[in-house]
Design a protein around this ligand. Structure first.
Ligand code: ADP
Length: 514
């Protein structure tokens, strides 16, 4: 009897600033990868677009690049059994369903051009009922406002809508469609973790909800919405029709933050993760029933693996400015040459020296949702050094994380027992120790931080039997975990947090002043 050949899973990680392709083995270790940045298009202040064709071609190039590396290591391409996709969420693409031609650039999740439109929607009868149905409050964040803006403002889109040939999709849908060859096979699907970010999906049934679509006055006969299928499915997503992996099935699909939760193995209720990237996103698994927040959080689908398992839900808290505050100190103040030096600067001082920095550059997101706050530094004296500001900058993200965890506890009735972390900013040991001190629970950082890509690989691998069950995955990516334990008393932690809350209060209203 020969030994069982090793099998691998590919993972497309289509993010906001770059596309990547990673190849994982069964132990969840990345063995090859390729990354490409692509163009950020900012036509006007508040507008943010991507070229949808460039998104696809960057993904294709990453696949070819990573596979080349994989083969150089002596692996055989046939051992890659399936491919998963994880992607930036909410970003919206529209195309002509008869020709497959994109009708406008992708409007990115950060885009706020439709602020006025959203303000009007908030006045419409029934606006206060939306969150209970779809889990999201009305804001510029979900896809719906971007789609409505496109139909109202772009002639080509308006015409396609009138003719009934308009197709709408988030990035997962667009990628799956294009990677399958577009109109040739017409694979037009989305998974619930992505569809739950559009505002068209009922969070309980995981189906499009007519009352939501009616509220937005969209005529369903004139626009095609992708079919919502399980996040892990052996046939629904088709297969690659281009690249060296032509013919390999796509069998997993998850929005980026859901994928990170899966990659951190947040499979059961009570587990949570924070991804400290440009912004910071905390997801907390609440189990098989959605919990609608009354404390400023979003309700989202964590994952829906199908088969005998029920979909799992999460409460989500987003922080607009996290790693970008560190970058701000690098780019705007020249405090340090690169983000990785922030900890050393902060360590030149013992503590924050009484400085609190509310990094509300564009208001504060969860759980505060304060539009009119602006970045404010409190407590500056003649004693203040750059090190104090550096510390206060790192602490700002940790305090907001604490505020979100408090809200999650109130909404779910359960207290998180540990926090799994990933993303660029978690490289800072000082930040992670501060985080643990402020939330009074252990913070766990895996050695392998490609958790988002791993999450998509897990979704894909489960569909083709690389892993038979979630139980089998418990051992994946467990090596080299660093645990940061709380090192200050709960009283000390509460008193620091009270100071932060006071600073948040005092930062309000600045945007309207003058
Ligand atoms: P994204 O996926 O959103 O592009 P990443 O997870 O790559 O983000 O994280 C990048 C962010 O992390 C940057 O904003 C950067 O300032 C921050 N960052 C990177 N390394 C460090 C570090 N050692 N300490 C603190 N922040 C860091």
């Amino acid at each position: 009897m020969g030994s069982v050949p090793e099998v691998f899973i590919g993972s497309i990680d289509q993010g906001t600033t770059s596309s990547r392709f990673l190849i994982f083995n069964k132990q969840g270790e990345p063995v090859a990868s390729h990354q490409l940045e692509f163009k950020q298009i900012y036509p006007q202040p508040g507008w943010h677009e991507h070229d949808p064709e460039e998104i696809v071609s960057s993904v294709e190039q990453c696949i070819d690049g990573a596979v080349k590396q994989f083969e150089t290591q002596g692996h055989n391409i046939n051992t890659i059994k399936a491919v998963g996709i994880t992607n930036q969420r909410e970003t919206t693409v529209v195309w002509n369903k008869e020709t497959g031609e994109a009708l406008y650039n992708a409007i990115v999740w950060t885009d706020t051009r439709h602020q006025g439109l959203v303000r009007k929607l908030k006045q419409r009868l029934g606006a206060d009922k939306l969150t209970d149905i779809c889990g999201l409050p009305l804001s510029t964040y979900p896809s719906v406002g971007k789609l409505l803006w496109l139909i109202e403002n772009v002639d080509k889109v308006k015409q396609a809508y009138e003719k009934g040939v308009l197709a709408f999709g988030t990035i997962d849908t667009w990628l799956v469609y294009k990677l399958n060859g577009g109109t040739k096979r017409n694979v037009f699907v989305s998974d619930p973790s992505n569809a739950s970010r559009t505002m068209f999906m009922n969070i309980s049934t995981l189906k499009y909800d007519e009352s939501l679509i009616d509220f937005f006055r969209i005529d369903r006969t004139k626009i095609a919405f992708p079919k919502i299928v399980h996040s892990s499915d052996s046939s629904a997503y088709g297969s690659l029709s281009s690249t060296v992996l032509k013919g390999v099935p796509i069998t997993g699909c998850l929005g980026d933050q859901s994928a990170a939760l899966v990659g951190q193995k947040g499979f059961t209720p009570g587990l949570g993760k924070n991804t400290y990237g440009t912004g910071s996103f905390i997801l907390y698994n609440v189990g098989e029933k959605p919990v609608i927040s009354t404390h400023g959080l979003l309700t989202t689908v964590a994952f829906d693996f199908g088969g005998n398992s029920k979909p799992m839900y999460a409460l989500e808290g987003s922080i607009a400015v996290a790693g970008s505050s560190v970058k701000f100190l690098v780019d705007n103040f020249g405090f340090i040459e690169s983000s990785s030096k922030i900890s050393s600067l902060a360590e030149t001082v013992e503590d924050n020296g009484g400085v609190t920095f509310v990094t509300a550059f564009s208001g504060l997101f969860a759980p505060y949702w304060i539009d009119d706050a602006r970045g404010t530094i409190f407590g500056i004296t003649a004693y203040t050094q750059r090190g104090h500001i550096a510390r206060a900058t790192l602490e700002a993200t940790c305090f907001q994380t604490k505020a979100i965890l408090v809200a999650m506890e109130k909404d779910s009735g359960h207290k998180l027992t540990e926090l799994a972390v990933d993303g660029g900013m978690c490289n800072s040991d000082l930040t992670m120790q501060t985080q643990s001190d402020l939330i009074s629970i252990p913070v766990k950082r895996p050695a392998m931080r490609e958790t988002t890509a791993l999450g998509a690989a897990i979704a894909a691998g489960l569909a083709v039997g690389v892993w038979e069950s979630i139980d089998e995955l418990k051992v994946v990516n467990t090596e080299g975990v660093t645990t940061f334990k709380p090192a200050i008393s709960k009283e000390e932690s509460s008193s620091r947090f009270a100071r932060w809350e006071k600073a948040v209060e005092m930062s309000k209203g600045w945007a309207h002043f003058g």
